[in-house]
Design a protein around this ligand. Structure first.
Ligand SMILES: [Zn+2]
Ligand SMILES: [Zn+2]
Length: 148
């Protein structure tokens, strides 16, 4: 699968963003934000737990921090494929995370499909409706196809 060069958010920069959002910059909170920024795909709670498994934080702590980051606009749920919320980092404001997501029926991973952008209507009731809609493509992802 083609991977873009990972975007890195320094620990200090992550702390600054967390504090600017009015939260205390606790270690797990900062680490979760750094992880969401570094990942090119939306992550579920269990994927966050898996990726931060070397650390001392329990699942509940990581879950609370995901929810907290979403509450203050630093993260956003962009997919609910299979009833599972998946999060990406969010810059807040004019969010441009408007594209379909690919949900693999084999491995369960959800990927962004930024190449498939959606033309939002300029105005009218449908603009906000489509912005909030979950557009999901389902099938077998390239990784699973390659290993089939
Ligand atoms: Zn797959
Ligand atoms: Zn996406």
């Amino acid at each position: 699968m083609q991977q873009d060069a990972p975007v890195r958010l320094s620990r200090d920069e992550a702390k600054r963003r967390v504090r600017e959002a009015g939260l205390r910059a606790t270690s797990p909170r900062v680490a979760v934000l750094q992880l969401l920024v570094a990942e090119s795909r939306p992550l579920s709670h269990s994927e966050v737990v898996e990726r931060l498994s070397g650390r001392d934080w329990d699942q509940a702590t990581l879950f609370r921090n995901l929810v907290k980051l979403a509450e203050v606009g630093l993260a956003k749920v962009v997919s609910r494929a299979g009833g599972i919320s998946r999060y990406t980092a969010s810059e807040g404001g004019d969010d441009t995370h408007v594209h379909p997501h690919f949900s693999c029926q084999s491995c369960g991973a959800v990927d962004c499909l930024p190449g498939l952008s959606i033309q939002l209507p300029k105005d009218g009731a449908w603009r906000d409706a489509i912005r909030d809609a979950e557009l999901q493509v389902v099938g077998t992802c390239p990784d699973c196809r390659a290993s089939a």
